[in-house]
Design a protein around this ligand. Structure first.
Ligand SMILES: Cc1cc2nc3c(=O)[nH]c(=O)nc-3n(C[C@H](O)[C@H](O)[C@H](O)COP(=O)(O)OP(=O)(O)OC[C@H]3O[C@@H](n4cnc5c(N)ncnc54)[C@H](O)[C@@H]3O)c2cc1C
Length: 412
């Protein structure tokens, strides 16, 4: 082992959760070290943002950095299923707060956020992987390995794990727990869309349900500069069987998304297809002595309602406030003030994801059986990311409310 460094807070990973927590804690005057395995800007999937994300960024003073970056404006989500088409317009949500958002190239979005954290005083190093960890009530000890193989010890008063699908602390501390969702696979690529902008709504993500197999769905997320992100998600075995590799699978499956296929008729590939298998994951506990888990390092549900970055940021904002208090000597109950609080929104999204795959939310979105306009506004609100607004019945009792509304859908 080489040198030993000390800091107040060590953060693993410079994705949205790591960057936002680093910015907030550095601004409070703490010495913050962020260790990021890759070099930025780096590609990441997950380009569709929710309005709640922008509100969180505004609340913590980071929105202007994102608004200035020239991303594609977004005001809702459109859905296609065979010949049927409908959309959800985010400004019609019930909750207060931002009503629009962006569709972003994540290599730029993530880079802007970690840049903002550096400007606020966080020290960030790239090409540094966290490979070992221990902690007790007095603090945490991390082993960090650089790209030449040199290792150092980092002693921190607190550690936040924002390592995303790296899931470093869940792996090292045996916190992994399987998700209740089935194993799914996603294949995706970026294209130069060469799309005629009058033939579709560029300001919305388009989610298409496969007409033969409603468990399979597609996204089309228009980005700035003529780029579009396209992808498909479905049961692992079905997607695997669609071709010998990711490119083939995507090419076989895309024509079943008719509107999207038409819009992208002249599209050219802008980057090779990527693939992620078995992305849904969970943990036994979100915190322990002198550490807490953020974003995907804790739990990832499913891409369908674009909740990933919103949950990542909500966890970062909550955790940063609690770490600040704890390091100032206040008692913090991580179970009630962090895990239970984060869970409010996670459970609302979990119910929506479960209802999407059992088909009931697909029916609700297309049939809109809610007679009361307020109920549509409540559903819009959750889909815009306002999943922590306890005045919303889809937040207070998500499963029961979804079942109730589904009961009003026309019988097939
Ligand atoms: C198919 C698919 C589509 C998605 N689409 C969307 C979408 O449209 N909208 C949305 O909001 N979300 C989407 N998501 C989810 C979203 O991308 C993630 O939820 C989000 O990136 C989580 O942020 P994070 O900060 O937790 O982790 P990440 O963004 O994954 O960042 C983690 C960082 O940690 C670094 N790291 C990992 N291991 C180590 C280590 N040992 N040491 C140091 N650094 C390390 C990584 O290099 C990475 O930069 C999608 C996910 C999938 C699978």
């Amino acid at each position: 082992m080489g040198t030993t460094e000390t800091c107040d807070i060590a953060i693993i990973g410079a994705g949205p959760s790591g960057a936002v927590s680093a910015a907030l804690l550095a601004e409070k005057g703490w010495s913050v070290r962020v260790f990021e395995r890759q070099h930025f800007p780096r590609f990441s999937i997950g380009e569709s943002m929710l309005c709640q994300t922008m509100q969180l960024l505004e609340d913590v003073g980071l929105y202007e950095d994102i608004a200035a970056a020239g991303f594609q404006y977004k005001d809702g989500a459109a859905f296609a299923w065979g010949d049927r088409y409908t959309d959800i317009y985010f400004p019609n949500k019930s909750a207060p707060g931002q009503g629009t958002t962006f569709q972003v190239r994540r290599e730029i979005f993530d880079d802007v956020l970690i840049g903002a954290a550096r400007k606020r005083g966080a020290q960030v190093s790239f090409g540094d992987s966290v490979i070992a960890f221990s902690s007790d009530a007095a603090g945490a000890v991390l082993t960090v390995r650089d790209e030449r193989g040199a290792e150092k010890e980092v002693r921190a008063r607190f550690c936040l794990d924002g390592s995303g699908f790296g899931r470093i602390l869940p792996r090292l501390l045996n916190l992994e727990q399987s998700s209740t969702f089935d194993k799914r696979r996603s294949v995706f690529r970026h294209v130069y869309d060469h799309a005629d902008n009058t033939s579709f709504d560029r300001n919305k993500i388009l989610v298409t349900i496969n007409p033969d197999a409603p468990q399979i769905w597609y996204w089309m997320i228009p980005l700035a500069d003529g780029l579009t992100s396209v992808g498909v998600v479905g049961p692992d075995a079905d997607i695997e069987a669609a071709g010998a590799n990711a490119e083939e699978r995507l090419d076989t499956l895309l024509p079943r998304a008719a509107l999207m296929h038409r819009v992208l008729a002249k599209a050219e590939s802008a980057r090779p297809a990527g693939e992620i298998i078995g992305f849904s994951a969970n943990v036994k506990s979100l915190s322990g002595p002198s550490y807490a888990l953020l974003g995907n390092a804790a739990e990832f549900l499913d891409p369908v309602f674009s909740s990933g970055v919103t949950i990542a940021m909500k966890s970062a904002v909550l955790a940063a406030g609690l770490v600040d208090r704890q390091l100032r000597g206040e008692a913090v109950d991580w179970e009630t003030e962090f895990a239970a609080e984060l869970k409010v929104g996670v459970e609302a999204f979990r119910a929506c994801v479960a209802a999407w795959y059992d088909g009931s939310l697909q029916r609700i979105i297309f049939d809109r059986p809610m007679e009361d306009a307020k109920m549509t506004a409540y559903l819009t609100s959750v889909l815009a990311g306002y999943a922590w607004d306890k005045s919303n019945p889809f937040v207070r009792e998500p499963t029961r409310t979804l079942r109730l509304i589904h009961g009003f859908c026309a019988q097939e």
